[in-house]
Ligand binder design. Structure first.
Ligand code: ADE
Length: 243
């Protein structure tokens, strides 16, 4: 997969992209990041990327031309690449969106900065994404979060494909509680079932815990989870007890 990122601050990406899983994914040639500074696509001698808003008002607005030219450059290799604009006005980025993007061969992420961007820039994007209801100083941190969530889903990037399938949000359930040694620490014990070595019981317990945890913390997700009648009954019983 090729991820091209149009940004005024490519250096911001060096740390996150040169460590851990994203670094390994690049070494394995499963992903290639190309950072494009759209200031390089200005034509004036001051290399201006922003300007004052038509109609007045405070703040500066990103100009359309450098982004347009940067985008043309990015698309040269693959004109059908999916273009994603990072903006707090976009649809909220979710695990499902990460899964869809992970299936693409080539994506282009556009990071806005300053107070806003010229509205015409939106017309060149296939998708507008927000990583949450808060305003960042630019789209860079959002592009990093999205790149991370997408790349770890590319087959072969994680140690085993299973790790991604068992993630929180996979199947619309949060992850089950995990424990490691020691079995007791500061008076806090690992649940007996996990020490039992009984795989079927452990699997059943994990599934129940994932369901219960999702019901208590993120009931909004449950509607999208495929629960059996038995699991629904288990949940009703548990919730009665907990309320
Ligand atoms: N740019 C500024 N804030 C953002 C957000 N919440 N998500 C994506 N891009 C952004």
């Amino acid at each position: 997969m090729i991820i091209q990122i149009l940004s005024l601050f490519p250096e911001m990406f060096y740390g996150p992209f040169q460590n851990s899983i994203l670094k390994r994914a690049q070494e394995l040639k499963l992903v290639e990041f190309r950072l494009i500074n759209f200031r390089d696509f200005t034509l004036d001698k001051h290399r201006m990327v922003d300007d004052i808003p038509y109609g007045g008002g405070s703040g500066m607005v990103l100009k359309p031309e450098p982004i347009y030219r940067g985008l043309q450059f990015a698309k040269e290799t693959k004109p059908e690449a999916k273009v994603v604009l990072l903006t707090p006005q976009g649809q909220t980025f979710k695990q499902q969106t990460a899964e869809q993007l992970a299936a693409a061969e080539h994506i282009i992420l556009i990071c806005g900065h300053y107070e806003g961007f010229d509205e015409r820039i939106r017309s060149w994007a296939d998708l507008e994404l927000s990583i949450g209801d808060y305003v960042l100083t630019g789209g860079e941190l959002a592009a990093m979060a999205i790149s991370d969530a997408v790349v770890r889903l590319i087959p072969g990037v994680l140690g085993s494909d299973e790790s991604a399938q068992k993630d929180s949000f996979a199947g619309n359930l949060l992850d089950y509680p995990q424990y490691t040694r020691p079995a007791e620490f500061e008076g806090l014990c690992v649940p007996e079932v996990l020490l039992s070595g009984h795989h079927a019981r452990i699997e059943a317990w994990r599934r129940e815990q994932a369901i219960l945890r999702t019901a208590l913390r993120r009931p909004d997700l449950l509607a999208g989870a495929a629960l059996t009648e038995r699991e629904k009954q288990f949940l009703r019983q548990e919730l009665d007890l907990k309320i």
